[in-house]
Design a protein around this ligand. Structure first.
Ligand SMILES: Cc1cc2nc3c(=O)[nH]c(=O)nc-3n(C[C@H](O)[C@H](O)[C@H](O)COP(=O)(O)OP(=O)(O)OC[C@H]3O[C@@H](n4cnc5c(N)ncnc54)[C@H](O)[C@@H]3O)c2cc1C
Length: 260
């Protein structure tokens, strides 16, 4: 068995941006900054490792399978499933966790036919990848003129990942595309700081995702909370004995989700 010793991150501190390891990266107009340490993970591998771990503990993992129907049965729920090869089936469960990300509301309304008060704000975020602009293995968080931050991360050894944007969407798009305007926005934000500027022609790859944020009524998508909100619901047959019957219950998490 591996025993891990507790380790601490280096403390945050003021740094001289004109000295190593930063001086090759940024325009020398910027002399001072602050450094702190954080963790990173390959998110795709994290999902696979989590699924494998759950399987080891007895979970049945059904990749490329959509939940196409959700019905309260009295004892719990029946979820109708359809695999990408056309095979169909169903599972019964005492409880369902709706973790459908940007489709979370669509699943509740259209697949489960439930009326829910909580709303989701969908905000697209795009990234671009350019040839490496960071000499060391550190990242940068840059303050942008619109009061947002843009980050630069070392990516796959020879590249730098720059993100993100914020574009409000009415519904999850069938195809995710990074617009020319978003590429320009990210290049402009990075070029305010970089010693060697970038332009759209430097972009070797780009990708976008959709943040599913709890709609707390804020006008600007930048200000919408990134906190988790848990809402408890019960199948209709169980409702009479449920103390939370007929109400929405938001349970703010004590831990703050990272603002992506
Ligand atoms: C631009 C951007 C940048 C981000 N940056 C960071 C970051 O730096 N650090 C960080 O920690 N987080 C970041 N996040 C947030 C992070 O990506 C999300 O918190 C995380 O992906 C949420 O995971 P999830 O499993 O809840 O949902 P998702 O990853 O969205 O997965 C939902 C899944 O549900 C599936 N699904 C939908 N409908 C159905 C259905 N009917 N049947 C079956 N399956 C269905 C979908 O196919 C999908 O696989 C970022 C997000 C975005 C958009």
């Amino acid at each position: 068995m591996t025993t891990w010793r507790r380790q601490h991150f280096a403390r945050s501190r003021a740094v001289d941006l004109r000295a190593p390891p930063f001086e090759e990266d940024l325009d020398p107009r910027f002399g001072s900054g602050f450094s702190y340490s954080d963790c990173r993970v390959d998110d795709a591998r994290l999902v696979v490792v989590n699924a494998l771990s759950a399987q080891t503990l007895g979970a049945k993992i059904l990749p490329r399978t959509a939940c196409v129907g959700l019905t309260a049965t009295g004892k719990g729920w029946r979820a109708d499933l359809e695999a990408s090869d056309g095979r169909c089936g169903f599972v019964s469960a005492k409880a369902i966790v709706n973790a459908a990300g940007p489709w979370v509301e669509q699943l509740l309304r259209e697949i489960a036919g439930l009326h829910v008060q909580a709303r989701v704000r969908l905000v697209k975020g795009s990234h671009i990848v350019v040839p490496r602009r960071i000499a060391g293995d550190h990242a940068y968080i840059l303050q942008n003129r619109d009061r947002r931050i843009v980050f630069l991360l070392p990516f796959e050894r020879r590249f730098t990942l720059i993100g993100t944007t914020e574009v409000a969407l009415a519904q999850p798009p069938a195809v995710m595309e990074v617009s020319d305007e978003e590429v320009r926005y990210l290049c402009d934000a990075a070029n305010r700081y970089l010693r060697t500027p970038i332009n759209a022609g430097d972009v070797v790859w780009c990708y976008a995702g959709v943040r599913a944020l709890h709609d707390d009524g804020k006008a600007s998508s930048t200000e919408v909370t990134r906190d988790y909100v848990l809402q408890l619901d019960t199948p209709p047959a169980a409702r009479p004995s449920c103390p939370y019957s007929g109400q929405d219950h938001d349970i703010p998490s004590p831990c703050r989700a990272r603002a992506g």
